[in-house]
Design a protein around this ligand. Structure first.
Ligand SMILES: Cc1cc2nc3c(=O)[nH]c(=O)nc-3n(C[C@H](O)[C@H](O)[C@H](O)COP(=O)(O)OP(=O)(O)OC[C@H]3O[C@@H](n4cnc5c(N)ncnc54)[C@H](O)[C@@H]3O)c2cc1C
Length: 318
C-alpha cells in the first residue's frame, strides 16, 4: 500500500502548490513507512524537480486536454489502483477541486478537503482541516480504507529532500474523452491568486474602477496578486476571477492587504487564513480591524501611494 501524490504539470511546469503536495505526501509516506509514488498528467516533464523533492517512482499519462477533469480523474484513479494506493494527496488548486470528489467515488475512498497539516493519527487516519470559513480547525477521522487528502495551498512549505534516482513508468495516453473542451484561456502576465504569496485587495472604498491604478501600483511594487470584494466584481470594476470570499476564491497568502474593504463575514471567510493581514480603512470601527495583524486608520487615497513609495524605496535599497 502506497502514498500517491498527484503532481499536476501545468504549462509552466510544476507549480508551488504541487511542490507543497509532494512535501506533504513525502512526510506522510515517511511517517507511515509506505512507498511514495508520483502521478503526472503529462508524459514529458522535468524529472529533476521530482527527484529534488524526493519522489523515487513516477507514473505518467498523457493525451488529456487541459481542463478535462473527468479523464484526468479516471487516469489518476487507474494508477492509484494499479499501484495499490492507500492515500492520494493532491493540492486544492482548480484541478484538485474538480477531481477530488470524482476520485473519491472512483477509488472508493474517503475525501478530506481543506487539509491544514499532517495527520494527527494514521490508524485510523485523522487529519486536521480548516472549518467554518477558517475560524476553527477540526480533526476528521477517515472511516474508509483509502483516503483522498486535498491540501490547502500554503498549509505546508515545500521542502527539498533529493531522491537517489527516479523511476519513470509511462502509461498509454488516455482513450478518447467523452468531454470536448471547446476553449481554454490562460490568463497571461498576472500572478494567479490561489498561489500568490502576497495579495493586495480592494473594496468599494476605492469608489470606482478609475481609481484602481493606486492599488495596481502597490501590487506591482510588492510583486503581489490583486483581488477584490464581491460588490467590486459584481459592479464590473474588476474581473470575477479576482473576487475573494465565501462565494469567491478562498486564499491564504503570507500577506493580505485589504484596502477600503469593510470586512464582512462573507469576505473574511475567504481570506482570514492569511498569515499576516493588513487593513487600510478610514472607519476605525470597520469590522476588518478585528481580524487584522496591522491596521491603518485613514484615507486610502493618501495612504496607499505613500506605502507604494516606501516599498519602492525599500526595493531600490536592496
Ligand atoms: C450570501 C452572500 C455571500 C457573499 N459573499 C461574498 C464574498 O465572497 N466576498 C465578498 O467580498 N463579499 C461577499 N458578500 C458581500 C458582503 O456581505 C459585503 O457586502 C461585501 O464584502 C462588502 O464589500 P466592501 O467591503 O468592498 O464594501 P463596503 O461594505 O461598502 O465597505 C467599504 C469600506 O471602505 C471604507 N472606505 C470608504 N472610503 C474610504 C477611504 N477613502 N479610505 C479608506 N477606507 C474607505 C469604508 O469605511 C468601508 O469599510 C456576500 C454577501 C452575501 C449575502
Amino acid at each position: 500500500m502506497s502514498v500517491i501524490v498527484f503532481c499536476e504539470q501545468s504549462e509552466e511546469g510544476f507549480k508551488k502548490y504541487t511542490l507543497e503536495a509532494i512535501t506533504y505526501g513525502r512526510k506522510l509516506a515517511e511517517s507511515m513507512g509506505k512507498p511514495l509514488i508520483g502521478v503526472v498528467n503529462n508524459s514529458t516533464f522535468d524529472e529533476d524537480v521530482l527527484k529534488q523533492y524526493g519522489i523515487p517512482t513516477v507514473h505518467s499519462f498523457g493525451g488529456i486536454p487541459t481542463g478535462d477533469s473527468r479523464k484526468t480523474a479516471e487516469n489518476v484513479a487507474r494508477i492509484f489502483e494499479e499501484a495499490e494506493g492507500k492515500i492520494l494527496v493532491l493540492p486544492i488548486n482548480s484541478t484538485g477541486k474538480n477531481i477530488a470528489g470524482q476520485l473519491g467515488i472512483l477509488c472508493e475512498a474517503g475525501v478530506v478537503s481543506s487539509v491544514m497539516g499532517l495527520p494527527v493519527g494514521t490508524d485510523p487516519l485523522k487529519v486536521p482541516v480548516s472549518v467554518f470559513a477558517g475560524k476553527a480547525t477540526a480533526e476528521i477521522k477517515v472511516a474508509a480504507d483509502k483516503a483522498i487528502l486535498a491540501i490547502q495551498t500554503n498549509a505546508i512549505a515545500p521542502e527539498e529532500a533529493p531522491a537517489a534516482s527516479v523511476e519513470h513508468i509511462s502509461h498509454q495516453p488516455a482513450e478518447e474523452s467523452a468531454v470536448t473542451i471547446l476553449s481554454h484561456e490562460t490568463i497571461q502576465g498576472e500572478i494567479p491568486l490561489p498561489e500568490a504569496e502576497r495579495v493586495v485587495s480592494g473594496g468599494r472604498g476605492l469608489k470606482g474602477p478609475e481609481n484602481w491604478q493606486i492599488l495596481l501600483d502597490l501590487a506591482e511594487a510588492l510583486g503581489a496578486a490583486t483581488a477584490c470584494s464581491r460588490p467590486v466584481s459584481d459592479s464590473d470594476w474588476r474581473p470575477h476571477h479576482e473576487h475573494v470570499g465565501q462565494t469567491g476564491i478562498a486564499i491564504q497568502p503570507n500577506l493580505y492587504i485589504a484596502i477600503g474593504i469593510s470586512g464582512a463575514i462573507q469576505h473574511l471567510g475567504g481570506v482570514n487564513n492569511s498569515k499576516t493581514i493588513v487593513v487600510i480603512n478610514k472607519d476605525p470601527e470597520a469590522p476588518f480591524f478585528k481580524a487584522a495583524d496591522y491596521g491603518v486608520v485613514g484615507d486610502l487615497f493618501e495612504i496607499v501611494p505613500k506605502l507604494t513609495e516606501a516599498v519602492k524605496k525599500f526595493n531600490a535599497s536592496q
